[in-house]
Design a protein around this ligand. Sequence first.
Ligand code: AMP
Length: 589
Amino acid sequence: MAWKTVKKIKDIQRIQPNLPDYDLTCSTFSWENIRRELDGLPDGRGLNIAHEAVDRHANGPLREHLAIRWLGGSGTVLDYTYRDLQEQSNRFANVLQQLGVKKGERMSALTGRIPQLYIAVLGTLKTLGVFCPLFAAFGPEPIYQRLQMGDVKVLITTENLYQNKVMGLRDRLPKLQHILLVDREEDAGEGLWSLPKRMAEASGSFTIPATDPEDMAVLHFTSGTTGMPKGAIHVHNAVLIHYMTGKYVMDFHPGDIFWCTADPGWVTGMSYGIIAPLLHGITNIVDEEDFDAERWYGILDKQKVSVWYTAPTAIRRLMRMGVEPCKQHDLAHLRLIHSVGEPLNPEAVMWGQEVLGLPIHDNWWQTETGGIMITNFPSMDIRPGSMGRPLPGIKAEIVSRVAKNMVEVVPEHDRVGELALKPGWPSMFRGYLHDDERFRNCFADGWYLTGDLAKRDKDGYYWFVGRADDIIKTSGHMVGPFEVESALMEHPAVAEVGVIGKPHPMIGEIVMAFISLNANFKPNEELRMELIGFGRKRLGSVVAPREIKFQDNLPKNKAGKIMRRLLKAREVGMPEGDISTLETESGEE
Ligand code: AMP
Protein backbone atom coordinates (compact mmCIF):
# COMPACT_ATOMS: atom_id res chain seq x y z
CA MET A 1 0.00 0.00 0.00
CA ALA A 2 1.37 3.43 -0.93
CA TRP A 3 1.55 5.53 2.17
CA LYS A 4 4.11 7.60 3.98
CA THR A 5 3.89 8.36 7.65
CA VAL A 6 4.11 11.96 8.75
CA LYS A 7 6.07 13.05 11.77
CA LYS A 8 5.20 16.25 13.51
CA ILE A 9 7.72 19.02 13.10
CA LYS A 10 6.55 21.15 16.01
CA ASP A 11 7.96 20.30 19.37
CA ILE A 12 4.65 19.13 20.74
CA GLN A 13 6.33 16.39 22.72
CA ARG A 14 6.63 18.94 25.51
CA ILE A 15 3.20 17.69 26.43
CA GLN A 16 3.00 13.97 27.03
CA PRO A 17 -0.05 12.64 25.13
CA ASN A 18 -2.78 11.09 27.26
CA LEU A 19 -2.42 7.92 25.24
CA PRO A 20 1.31 7.33 24.85
CA ASP A 21 1.07 3.59 24.14
CA TYR A 22 -1.86 2.41 22.00
CA ASP A 23 -1.45 -1.33 22.53
CA LEU A 24 -0.99 -0.99 26.26
CA THR A 25 -4.03 1.28 26.66
CA CYS A 26 -6.18 -1.06 24.57
CA SER A 27 -5.15 -4.11 26.55
CA THR A 28 -5.89 -2.54 29.95
CA PHE A 29 -8.91 -0.49 28.91
CA SER A 30 -12.31 -0.73 30.58
CA TRP A 31 -15.41 1.46 30.47
CA GLU A 32 -15.69 1.09 34.26
CA ASN A 33 -12.36 2.86 34.64
CA ILE A 34 -13.53 5.70 32.40
CA ARG A 35 -16.72 5.95 34.44
CA ARG A 36 -14.60 6.34 37.58
CA GLU A 37 -12.96 9.43 36.12
CA LEU A 38 -16.37 11.11 36.06
CA ASP A 39 -18.25 12.21 39.19
CA GLY A 40 -21.81 10.93 38.82
CA LEU A 41 -24.67 12.81 40.42
CA PRO A 42 -24.38 13.36 44.19
CA ASP A 43 -25.66 10.56 46.45
CA GLY A 44 -25.33 7.97 43.69
CA ARG A 45 -28.30 9.38 41.75
CA GLY A 46 -26.91 8.37 38.37
CA LEU A 47 -25.03 9.96 35.50
CA ASN A 48 -26.08 13.17 33.76
CA ILE A 49 -24.17 14.80 30.92
CA ALA A 50 -24.86 18.37 32.12
CA HIS A 51 -23.66 17.61 35.62
CA GLU A 52 -20.37 16.24 34.28
CA ALA A 53 -19.95 19.07 31.77
CA VAL A 54 -20.89 22.01 33.99
CA ASP A 55 -21.94 21.52 37.59
CA ARG A 56 -19.03 19.44 38.77
CA HIS A 57 -16.62 22.15 37.57
CA ALA A 58 -18.82 25.00 38.79
CA ASN A 59 -18.85 23.41 42.24
CA GLY A 60 -15.07 23.01 42.31
CA PRO A 61 -11.79 24.78 41.60
CA LEU A 62 -12.71 25.53 37.96
CA ARG A 63 -15.68 27.65 39.03
CA GLU A 64 -14.26 30.88 37.62
CA HIS A 65 -12.47 29.26 34.68
CA LEU A 66 -13.54 30.38 31.21
CA ALA A 67 -15.87 27.70 29.86
CA ILE A 68 -17.18 29.27 26.64
CA ARG A 69 -15.91 32.28 24.75
CA TRP A 70 -18.46 33.33 22.17
CA LEU A 71 -17.30 35.38 19.18
CA GLY A 72 -20.23 37.23 17.66
CA GLY A 73 -20.45 38.18 14.01
CA SER A 74 -20.41 41.88 14.80
CA GLY A 75 -17.23 41.64 16.87
CA THR A 76 -18.96 41.17 20.24
CA VAL A 77 -17.18 38.78 22.57
CA LEU A 78 -19.08 37.14 25.44
CA ASP A 79 -17.34 35.09 28.11
CA TYR A 80 -19.02 32.47 30.27
CA THR A 81 -17.26 30.88 33.22
CA TYR A 82 -18.32 27.47 34.48
CA ARG A 83 -20.22 29.27 37.24
CA ASP A 84 -22.05 31.41 34.64
CA LEU A 85 -22.95 28.34 32.63
CA GLN A 86 -24.26 26.62 35.72
CA GLU A 87 -26.44 29.55 36.67
CA GLN A 88 -27.77 30.15 33.15
CA SER A 89 -28.47 26.49 32.43
CA ASN A 90 -30.26 26.23 35.79
CA ARG A 91 -32.47 29.14 34.77
CA PHE A 92 -33.21 27.51 31.44
CA ALA A 93 -34.04 24.21 33.16
CA ASN A 94 -36.52 26.08 35.35
CA VAL A 95 -38.05 27.79 32.30
CA LEU A 96 -38.64 24.39 30.71
CA GLN A 97 -40.14 22.97 33.87
CA GLN A 98 -42.51 25.94 34.12
CA LEU A 99 -43.62 25.18 30.56
CA GLY A 100 -44.41 21.68 31.71
CA VAL A 101 -41.65 19.85 29.86
CA LYS A 102 -41.32 16.39 31.32
CA LYS A 103 -38.68 13.70 31.23
CA GLY A 104 -38.15 12.37 27.70
CA GLU A 105 -40.01 15.23 25.98
CA ARG A 106 -38.25 16.91 23.10
CA MET A 107 -36.88 20.42 22.97
CA SER A 108 -35.36 21.81 19.80
CA ALA A 109 -33.32 24.84 18.70
CA LEU A 110 -33.19 26.75 15.44
CA THR A 111 -30.90 29.62 16.24
CA GLY A 112 -27.47 29.48 14.66
CA ARG A 113 -24.50 29.48 17.01
CA ILE A 114 -25.58 31.93 19.69
CA PRO A 115 -24.93 31.59 23.45
CA GLN A 116 -28.58 30.77 24.19
CA LEU A 117 -28.23 27.57 22.15
CA TYR A 118 -25.42 26.29 24.36
CA ILE A 119 -27.31 27.23 27.52
CA ALA A 120 -30.46 25.57 26.19
CA VAL A 121 -28.67 22.29 25.47
CA LEU A 122 -27.23 22.11 28.98
CA GLY A 123 -30.45 23.24 30.63
CA THR A 124 -32.49 20.68 28.71
CA LEU A 125 -30.16 17.86 29.73
CA LYS A 126 -30.55 18.96 33.35
CA THR A 127 -34.33 18.54 33.21
CA LEU A 128 -34.07 15.10 31.53
CA GLY A 129 -35.73 16.62 28.50
CA VAL A 130 -34.26 15.51 25.17
CA PHE A 131 -32.43 17.96 22.94
CA CYS A 132 -33.07 17.71 19.21
CA PRO A 133 -30.83 20.15 17.33
CA LEU A 134 -31.67 21.78 14.00
CA PHE A 135 -29.37 23.43 11.48
CA ALA A 136 -30.36 27.06 10.97
CA ALA A 137 -29.66 26.90 7.22
CA PHE A 138 -32.36 24.26 6.72
CA GLY A 139 -35.40 25.35 4.75
CA PRO A 140 -38.95 24.88 6.12
CA GLU A 141 -39.36 21.32 4.79
CA PRO A 142 -36.38 19.70 6.61
CA ILE A 143 -37.35 21.69 9.71
CA TYR A 144 -40.93 20.41 9.52
CA GLN A 145 -39.82 16.80 9.04
CA ARG A 146 -37.60 16.88 12.11
CA LEU A 147 -39.98 18.75 14.41
CA GLN A 148 -42.83 16.50 13.40
CA MET A 149 -40.98 13.19 13.59
CA GLY A 150 -39.30 14.21 16.83
CA ASP A 151 -42.65 15.14 18.48
CA VAL A 152 -40.93 18.36 19.53
CA LYS A 153 -42.81 20.25 22.24
CA VAL A 154 -40.66 23.37 22.71
CA LEU A 155 -38.59 25.27 20.15
CA ILE A 156 -36.11 28.01 20.85
CA THR A 157 -35.49 30.32 17.90
CA THR A 158 -35.08 33.93 16.78
CA GLU A 159 -37.87 36.26 15.70
CA ASN A 160 -36.52 36.29 12.16
CA LEU A 161 -36.18 32.50 11.80
CA TYR A 162 -39.60 32.05 13.36
CA GLN A 163 -41.27 34.41 10.87
CA ASN A 164 -39.47 33.01 7.84
CA LYS A 165 -39.32 29.31 8.52
CA VAL A 166 -41.53 28.16 11.39
CA MET A 167 -44.68 30.27 11.53
CA GLY A 168 -46.09 28.76 8.33
CA LEU A 169 -45.59 25.23 9.67
CA ARG A 170 -47.43 25.56 12.96
CA ASP A 171 -50.78 24.32 11.69
CA ARG A 172 -49.07 21.08 10.71
CA LEU A 173 -47.26 20.77 14.06
CA PRO A 174 -49.91 20.31 16.76
CA LYS A 175 -47.37 18.93 19.23
CA LEU A 176 -45.23 22.06 19.09
CA GLN A 177 -46.73 23.94 22.02
CA HIS A 178 -44.14 26.55 22.99
CA ILE A 179 -41.76 28.80 21.08
CA LEU A 180 -39.09 30.64 23.07
CA LEU A 181 -37.88 33.69 21.15
CA VAL A 182 -34.37 34.79 22.07
CA ASP A 183 -34.80 38.34 20.85
CA ARG A 184 -38.28 39.23 22.02
CA GLU A 185 -38.85 41.33 25.12
CA GLU A 186 -42.51 40.48 25.74
CA ASP A 187 -44.62 37.34 25.43
CA ALA A 188 -46.97 37.38 22.44
CA GLY A 189 -49.57 34.72 23.24
CA GLU A 190 -50.26 31.61 21.15
CA GLY A 191 -47.36 29.84 22.80
CA LEU A 192 -44.85 32.55 21.83
CA TRP A 193 -42.68 33.45 24.81
CA SER A 194 -39.93 35.95 25.42
CA LEU A 195 -36.89 33.91 26.45
CA PRO A 196 -35.08 36.88 28.11
CA LYS A 197 -38.17 37.61 30.22
CA ARG A 198 -38.63 34.00 31.22
CA MET A 199 -34.93 33.60 32.05
CA ALA A 200 -34.94 36.75 34.19
CA GLU A 201 -37.93 35.50 36.17
CA ALA A 202 -36.58 31.96 36.65
CA SER A 203 -34.50 30.83 39.59
CA GLY A 204 -30.76 30.29 39.13
CA SER A 205 -30.86 27.16 41.29
CA PHE A 206 -31.80 23.75 40.04
CA THR A 207 -31.28 20.22 41.31
CA ILE A 208 -30.75 17.69 38.55
CA PRO A 209 -33.14 14.79 39.12
CA ALA A 210 -31.85 11.23 39.39
CA THR A 211 -30.66 10.23 35.93
CA ASP A 212 -30.45 6.70 34.67
CA PRO A 213 -27.46 6.52 32.27
CA GLU A 214 -29.90 4.95 29.79
CA ASP A 215 -32.25 7.97 29.88
CA MET A 216 -32.63 9.58 26.47
CA ALA A 217 -30.55 12.77 26.17
CA VAL A 218 -30.17 13.81 22.54
CA LEU A 219 -32.09 13.06 19.36
CA HIS A 220 -30.01 13.56 16.22
CA PHE A 221 -31.64 13.35 12.83
CA THR A 222 -29.57 11.78 10.11
CA SER A 223 -30.36 11.04 6.49
CA GLY A 224 -31.18 7.70 4.99
CA THR A 225 -31.39 6.68 1.35
CA THR A 226 -34.83 5.18 1.27
CA GLY A 227 -36.94 7.34 3.52
CA MET A 228 -37.16 10.59 5.36
CA PRO A 229 -34.49 11.39 7.98
CA LYS A 230 -34.36 9.15 11.02
CA GLY A 231 -33.95 10.28 14.60
CA ALA A 232 -31.02 8.54 16.24
CA ILE A 233 -31.57 8.23 19.99
CA HIS A 234 -28.63 8.93 22.30
CA VAL A 235 -28.54 8.50 26.06
CA HIS A 236 -26.72 10.12 28.98
CA ASN A 237 -24.25 7.22 29.12
CA ALA A 238 -22.74 8.58 25.86
CA VAL A 239 -20.86 10.95 28.14
CA LEU A 240 -18.31 8.17 28.67
CA ILE A 241 -17.25 8.33 25.01
CA HIS A 242 -17.30 12.11 24.92
CA TYR A 243 -14.99 12.16 27.91
CA MET A 244 -12.78 9.30 26.72
CA THR A 245 -12.28 10.70 23.21
CA GLY A 246 -11.68 14.16 24.68
CA LYS A 247 -8.87 12.53 26.60
CA TYR A 248 -7.35 10.13 24.04
CA VAL A 249 -8.19 11.75 20.67
CA MET A 250 -8.45 15.48 21.32
CA ASP A 251 -5.77 14.96 23.97
CA PHE A 252 -7.20 17.69 26.18
CA HIS A 253 -4.95 18.98 28.91
CA PRO A 254 -5.74 21.55 31.60
CA GLY A 255 -5.63 25.08 30.18
CA ASP A 256 -6.34 23.98 26.61
CA ILE A 257 -8.29 26.29 24.35
CA PHE A 258 -10.37 24.26 21.95
CA TRP A 259 -12.25 25.23 18.82
CA CYS A 260 -14.61 22.87 16.99
CA THR A 261 -15.88 24.55 13.84
CA ALA A 262 -18.92 22.27 13.42
CA ASP A 263 -22.44 23.57 14.01
CA PRO A 264 -24.38 21.89 16.86
CA GLY A 265 -27.13 21.20 14.31
CA TRP A 266 -24.96 18.19 13.43
CA VAL A 267 -23.59 15.53 15.71
CA THR A 268 -19.98 16.78 15.71
CA GLY A 269 -21.04 20.24 16.82
CA MET A 270 -23.02 18.73 19.69
CA SER A 271 -20.63 16.03 20.93
CA TYR A 272 -17.42 18.01 20.42
CA GLY A 273 -18.58 21.61 19.96
CA ILE A 274 -20.30 21.54 23.37
CA ILE A 275 -19.98 18.44 25.50
CA ALA A 276 -16.46 17.00 25.24
CA PRO A 277 -14.47 20.20 25.98
CA LEU A 278 -16.70 21.13 28.92
CA LEU A 279 -16.31 17.64 30.37
CA HIS A 280 -12.59 18.34 30.54
CA GLY A 281 -12.97 21.76 32.15
CA ILE A 282 -11.18 23.58 29.35
CA THR A 283 -12.14 26.66 27.31
CA ASN A 284 -14.40 26.18 24.33
CA ILE A 285 -14.38 28.77 21.53
CA VAL A 286 -17.66 29.31 19.68
CA ASP A 287 -17.74 31.38 16.51
CA GLU A 288 -21.09 32.62 15.31
CA GLU A 289 -19.89 33.15 11.74
CA ASP A 290 -19.41 30.70 8.92
CA PHE A 291 -16.15 29.97 7.13
CA ASP A 292 -13.95 32.93 6.31
CA ALA A 293 -10.22 32.27 5.90
CA GLU A 294 -9.03 35.56 7.36
CA ARG A 295 -11.42 35.35 10.31
CA TRP A 296 -10.46 31.76 11.02
CA TYR A 297 -6.71 32.41 11.04
CA GLY A 298 -7.45 35.42 13.24
CA ILE A 299 -9.34 33.23 15.73
CA LEU A 300 -6.60 30.60 15.85
CA ASP A 301 -4.06 33.34 16.48
CA LYS A 302 -5.85 35.78 18.83
CA GLN A 303 -7.70 33.17 20.87
CA LYS A 304 -4.52 31.10 21.17
CA VAL A 305 -6.33 27.96 20.12
CA SER A 306 -4.34 24.87 21.15
CA VAL A 307 -6.58 22.08 19.81
CA TRP A 308 -8.59 22.56 16.64
CA TYR A 309 -11.28 20.26 15.22
CA THR A 310 -12.46 21.03 11.70
CA ALA A 311 -13.46 19.40 8.43
CA PRO A 312 -11.91 18.59 5.03
CA THR A 313 -14.07 21.07 3.10
CA ALA A 314 -12.80 23.92 5.27
CA ILE A 315 -9.21 22.71 5.03
CA ARG A 316 -9.44 22.54 1.23
CA ARG A 317 -10.78 26.09 1.20
CA LEU A 318 -7.83 27.26 3.27
CA MET A 319 -5.47 25.40 0.96
CA ARG A 320 -6.93 27.22 -2.02
CA MET A 321 -6.03 30.57 -0.42
CA GLY A 322 -2.33 29.67 -0.48
CA VAL A 323 0.27 30.32 2.20
CA GLU A 324 0.06 34.12 2.53
CA PRO A 325 -3.02 34.52 4.76
CA CYS A 326 -1.56 32.03 7.21
CA LYS A 327 1.81 33.79 7.30
CA GLN A 328 0.20 36.91 8.74
CA HIS A 329 -0.73 35.00 11.90
CA ASP A 330 1.00 33.39 14.83
CA LEU A 331 -0.20 29.82 15.28
CA ALA A 332 2.42 28.91 17.87
CA HIS A 333 -0.19 27.82 20.40
CA LEU A 334 -1.69 25.24 18.09
CA ARG A 335 -0.76 21.76 19.30
CA LEU A 336 -3.18 19.47 17.48
CA ILE A 337 -5.44 19.63 14.43
CA HIS A 338 -8.22 17.09 13.85
CA SER A 339 -10.58 16.56 10.95
CA VAL A 340 -13.78 14.60 10.44
CA GLY A 341 -16.81 14.18 8.24
CA GLU A 342 -15.45 13.27 4.82
CA PRO A 343 -12.29 11.72 3.44
CA LEU A 344 -9.26 13.85 4.20
CA ASN A 345 -7.01 13.72 1.19
CA PRO A 346 -3.30 13.04 1.82
CA GLU A 347 -2.38 16.43 0.29
CA ALA A 348 -4.38 18.13 3.02
CA VAL A 349 -2.47 16.28 5.73
CA MET A 350 0.82 17.34 4.14
CA TRP A 351 -0.40 20.90 3.62
CA GLY A 352 -1.12 21.13 7.34
CA GLN A 353 2.41 20.00 8.02
CA GLU A 354 3.94 22.52 5.66
CA VAL A 355 1.75 25.56 6.18
CA LEU A 356 0.28 25.24 9.68
CA GLY A 357 3.31 23.44 11.10
CA LEU A 358 1.24 20.42 12.10
CA PRO A 359 -0.18 17.51 10.15
CA ILE A 360 -3.92 16.98 10.32
CA HIS A 361 -5.28 13.99 12.23
CA ASP A 362 -8.24 12.41 10.48
CA ASN A 363 -10.88 10.58 12.46
CA TRP A 364 -14.03 8.68 11.59
CA TRP A 365 -17.44 8.32 13.18
CA GLN A 366 -21.09 8.95 12.41
CA THR A 367 -24.33 10.13 13.99
CA GLU A 368 -25.22 6.60 15.06
CA THR A 369 -21.91 6.01 16.86
CA GLY A 370 -22.32 9.17 18.98
CA GLY A 371 -18.58 9.71 19.27
CA ILE A 372 -15.25 9.15 17.52
CA MET A 373 -14.57 5.48 16.75
CA ILE A 374 -11.42 5.48 14.61
CA THR A 375 -8.60 8.00 14.67
CA ASN A 376 -5.03 8.90 13.96
CA PHE A 377 -3.91 9.23 17.60
CA PRO A 378 -1.71 12.16 18.62
CA SER A 379 1.03 9.80 19.79
CA MET A 380 1.19 7.92 16.48
CA ASP A 381 2.66 8.91 13.17
CA ILE A 382 -0.13 9.74 10.76
CA ARG A 383 -0.78 7.74 7.63
CA PRO A 384 -2.09 10.40 5.25
CA GLY A 385 -5.34 9.25 3.68
CA SER A 386 -6.13 6.81 6.49
CA MET A 387 -8.80 7.33 9.14
CA GLY A 388 -6.53 5.71 11.72
CA ARG A 389 -7.11 2.94 14.23
CA PRO A 390 -10.09 2.08 16.46
CA LEU A 391 -10.40 3.61 19.91
CA PRO A 392 -9.67 1.46 22.97
CA GLY A 393 -12.89 -0.37 23.81
CA ILE A 394 -14.04 -0.30 20.17
CA LYS A 395 -13.89 -3.40 18.03
CA ALA A 396 -14.03 -2.82 14.29
CA GLU A 397 -13.93 -5.28 11.40
CA ILE A 398 -14.34 -5.31 7.65
CA VAL A 399 -17.26 -7.57 6.72
CA SER A 400 -19.05 -8.65 3.59
CA ARG A 401 -22.80 -9.19 3.40
CA VAL A 402 -23.45 -12.77 2.32
CA ALA A 403 -27.25 -12.77 2.69
CA LYS A 404 -29.93 -10.74 4.39
CA ASN A 405 -28.96 -10.53 8.07
CA MET A 406 -25.76 -12.49 7.45
CA VAL A 407 -22.25 -11.16 7.20
CA GLU A 408 -18.80 -12.68 7.12
CA VAL A 409 -15.73 -11.06 8.58
CA VAL A 410 -13.10 -10.41 5.90
CA PRO A 411 -9.89 -11.61 7.55
CA GLU A 412 -7.43 -10.46 4.87
CA HIS A 413 -5.96 -7.00 4.94
CA ASP A 414 -6.38 -4.51 2.07
CA ARG A 415 -9.71 -6.06 1.01
CA VAL A 416 -12.70 -3.75 0.57
CA GLY A 417 -15.83 -4.53 2.58
CA GLU A 418 -18.28 -2.83 4.88
CA LEU A 419 -16.99 -1.28 8.05
CA ALA A 420 -18.69 -2.95 11.03
CA LEU A 421 -18.51 -2.29 14.76
CA LYS A 422 -19.21 -4.61 17.67
CA PRO A 423 -22.23 -3.13 19.52
CA GLY A 424 -21.97 -2.22 23.16
CA TRP A 425 -19.99 1.00 23.33
CA PRO A 426 -21.68 3.59 25.57
CA SER A 427 -22.59 6.17 22.93
CA MET A 428 -24.07 3.75 20.41
CA PHE A 429 -27.51 4.95 19.31
CA ARG A 430 -30.25 3.12 21.13
CA GLY A 431 -32.74 3.19 18.27
CA TYR A 432 -34.35 5.34 15.59
CA LEU A 433 -37.34 7.12 17.06
CA HIS A 434 -40.59 5.40 16.00
CA ASP A 435 -38.71 3.14 13.56
CA ASP A 436 -37.60 -0.13 15.09
CA GLU A 437 -37.35 -1.89 11.77
CA ARG A 438 -34.80 0.54 10.36
CA PHE A 439 -32.83 0.17 13.58
CA ARG A 440 -32.87 -3.64 13.39
CA ASN A 441 -31.74 -3.51 9.77
CA CYS A 442 -28.51 -1.85 10.86
CA PHE A 443 -27.36 -5.04 12.58
CA ALA A 444 -26.43 -8.50 11.38
CA ASP A 445 -24.71 -11.43 13.03
CA GLY A 446 -23.85 -9.37 16.10
CA TRP A 447 -22.34 -6.44 14.15
CA TYR A 448 -23.48 -2.88 13.65
CA LEU A 449 -23.13 -2.18 9.92
CA THR A 450 -22.00 1.38 9.27
CA GLY A 451 -22.95 1.67 5.58
CA ASP A 452 -19.37 2.73 4.78
CA LEU A 453 -17.00 0.75 2.60
CA ALA A 454 -13.46 0.59 3.88
CA LYS A 455 -10.36 -1.57 4.08
CA ARG A 456 -7.79 -2.24 6.77
CA ASP A 457 -4.06 -2.45 6.21
CA LYS A 458 -1.75 -4.97 7.82
CA ASP A 459 -1.02 -2.64 10.74
CA GLY A 460 -4.69 -2.14 11.60
CA TYR A 461 -5.18 1.30 10.01
CA TYR A 462 -8.56 1.81 8.32
CA TRP A 463 -8.94 3.44 4.91
CA PHE A 464 -12.24 4.91 3.75
CA VAL A 465 -13.41 3.77 0.31
CA GLY A 466 -16.94 5.17 -0.07
CA ARG A 467 -20.55 4.82 0.99
CA ALA A 468 -22.27 1.50 0.40
CA ASP A 469 -25.53 3.37 -0.28
CA ASP A 470 -26.73 6.52 -2.08
CA ILE A 471 -26.29 8.97 0.79
CA ILE A 472 -24.72 12.25 -0.29
CA LYS A 473 -21.99 14.04 1.65
CA THR A 474 -21.86 17.70 0.76
CA SER A 475 -19.59 20.07 2.70
CA GLY A 476 -19.48 17.33 5.33
CA HIS A 477 -23.28 17.24 5.70
CA MET A 478 -25.32 14.11 5.10
CA VAL A 479 -28.13 14.57 2.61
CA GLY A 480 -30.65 11.85 1.90
CA PRO A 481 -31.64 11.74 -1.78
CA PHE A 482 -35.19 10.73 -0.91
CA GLU A 483 -35.78 13.91 1.08
CA VAL A 484 -34.66 16.02 -1.89
CA GLU A 485 -36.65 13.97 -4.38
CA SER A 486 -39.81 14.26 -2.29
CA ALA A 487 -39.55 18.04 -2.13
CA LEU A 488 -38.93 18.41 -5.89
CA MET A 489 -41.82 16.11 -6.71
CA GLU A 490 -44.14 18.75 -5.30
CA HIS A 491 -43.37 21.08 -8.22
CA PRO A 492 -46.07 20.74 -10.89
CA ALA A 493 -43.50 20.34 -13.69
CA VAL A 494 -41.79 17.33 -12.12
CA ALA A 495 -42.91 13.86 -13.19
CA GLU A 496 -39.98 11.88 -11.80
CA VAL A 497 -36.73 12.70 -10.11
CA GLY A 498 -33.53 10.91 -9.12
CA VAL A 499 -30.97 12.63 -6.90
CA ILE A 500 -27.28 11.80 -6.63
CA GLY A 501 -24.07 13.17 -5.12
CA LYS A 502 -21.82 14.39 -7.92
CA PRO A 503 -18.12 14.46 -6.95
CA HIS A 504 -16.78 17.97 -6.39
CA PRO A 505 -13.13 18.81 -5.66
CA MET A 506 -13.87 21.35 -2.92
CA ILE A 507 -16.99 20.22 -1.02
CA GLY A 508 -16.84 16.46 -1.60
CA GLU A 509 -20.11 16.11 -3.50
CA ILE A 510 -22.80 18.42 -4.76
CA VAL A 511 -26.47 17.51 -4.75
CA MET A 512 -27.58 16.91 -8.33
CA ALA A 513 -31.10 16.10 -9.55
CA PHE A 514 -32.17 14.38 -12.76
CA ILE A 515 -35.71 15.37 -13.59
CA SER A 516 -38.18 14.10 -16.13
CA LEU A 517 -40.97 16.57 -16.83
CA ASN A 518 -44.71 16.26 -17.05
CA ALA A 519 -46.11 16.31 -20.60
CA ASN A 520 -47.02 19.97 -20.81
CA PHE A 521 -43.64 21.28 -19.62
CA LYS A 522 -40.63 21.99 -21.83
CA PRO A 523 -37.05 21.63 -20.56
CA ASN A 524 -35.42 25.07 -20.75
CA GLU A 525 -33.10 27.29 -18.73
CA GLU A 526 -35.93 29.26 -17.18
CA LEU A 527 -37.58 26.15 -15.78
CA ARG A 528 -34.23 24.83 -14.57
CA MET A 529 -33.63 28.03 -12.61
CA GLU A 530 -37.17 27.95 -11.27
CA LEU A 531 -36.66 24.42 -10.00
CA ILE A 532 -33.34 25.34 -8.42
CA GLY A 533 -35.06 28.23 -6.63
CA PHE A 534 -37.96 25.97 -5.63
CA GLY A 535 -35.54 23.47 -4.09
CA ARG A 536 -33.67 26.16 -2.20
CA LYS A 537 -36.80 27.71 -0.79
CA ARG A 538 -38.16 24.39 0.41
CA LEU A 539 -34.99 22.68 1.54
CA GLY A 540 -32.46 25.41 2.29
CA SER A 541 -29.07 25.87 0.68
CA VAL A 542 -27.30 22.81 2.16
CA VAL A 543 -29.88 20.26 1.09
CA ALA A 544 -31.19 21.69 -2.20
CA PRO A 545 -29.75 20.53 -5.54
CA ARG A 546 -27.13 22.81 -7.04
CA GLU A 547 -27.37 21.16 -10.43
CA ILE A 548 -30.42 19.99 -12.32
CA LYS A 549 -30.44 18.01 -15.54
CA PHE A 550 -33.59 17.22 -17.54
CA GLN A 551 -33.79 13.65 -18.70
CA ASP A 552 -36.70 11.63 -20.06
CA ASN A 553 -37.17 8.03 -18.97
CA LEU A 554 -34.97 7.87 -15.93
CA PRO A 555 -33.32 4.42 -15.60
CA LYS A 556 -35.42 2.16 -13.40
CA ASN A 557 -35.10 -1.35 -12.09
CA LYS A 558 -37.73 -3.97 -12.67
CA ALA A 559 -39.52 -2.94 -9.47
CA GLY A 560 -39.86 0.58 -10.94
CA LYS A 561 -37.29 2.21 -8.63
CA ILE A 562 -35.08 4.89 -10.13
CA MET A 563 -31.49 3.58 -10.28
CA ARG A 564 -29.54 6.43 -8.72
CA ARG A 565 -26.36 4.35 -8.91
CA LEU A 566 -26.66 4.22 -12.67
CA LEU A 567 -27.44 7.92 -12.98
CA LYS A 568 -24.30 8.63 -11.04
CA ALA A 569 -22.12 6.19 -12.95
CA ARG A 570 -23.22 7.74 -16.24
CA GLU A 571 -22.79 11.29 -14.99
CA VAL A 572 -19.22 10.77 -13.80
CA GLY A 573 -18.20 8.29 -16.50
CA MET A 574 -17.74 5.34 -14.16
CA PRO A 575 -18.43 1.71 -15.13
CA GLU A 576 -22.15 1.01 -14.97
CA GLY A 577 -21.73 -2.19 -12.96
CA ASP A 578 -24.49 -4.76 -12.79
CA ILE A 579 -27.42 -3.50 -14.90
CA SER A 580 -29.30 -6.78 -15.10
CA THR A 581 -32.20 -5.27 -13.15
CA LEU A 582 -32.48 -2.26 -15.50
CA GLU A 583 -35.97 -1.96 -16.94
CA THR A 584 -36.14 1.30 -18.91
CA GLU A 585 -33.39 2.92 -20.96
CA SER A 586 -32.73 6.63 -20.51
CA GLY A 587 -32.64 9.32 -23.17
CA GLU A 588 -31.02 12.60 -22.33
CA GLU A 589 -32.25 16.00 -23.46
P1 AMP B 1 -22.76 11.91 9.92
O1 AMP B 1 -23.62 10.85 10.49
O2 AMP B 1 -23.53 13.03 9.31
O3 AMP B 1 -21.77 12.39 10.92
O4 AMP B 1 -21.95 11.28 8.72
C1 AMP B 1 -21.22 10.10 8.90
C2 AMP B 1 -20.62 9.67 7.61
O5 AMP B 1 -19.65 10.63 7.17
C3 AMP B 1 -19.83 8.38 7.72
O6 AMP B 1 -20.65 7.25 7.68
C4 AMP B 1 -18.91 8.50 6.53
O7 AMP B 1 -19.57 8.16 5.33
C5 AMP B 1 -18.57 9.99 6.51
N1 AMP B 1 -17.32 10.24 7.27
C6 AMP B 1 -17.20 10.66 8.53
N2 AMP B 1 -15.89 10.79 8.86
C7 AMP B 1 -15.18 10.41 7.78
C8 AMP B 1 -13.79 10.30 7.49
N3 AMP B 1 -12.86 10.62 8.39
N4 AMP B 1 -13.43 9.87 6.27
C9 AMP B 1 -14.37 9.54 5.35
N5 AMP B 1 -15.69 9.63 5.56
C10 AMP B 1 -16.10 10.06 6.76
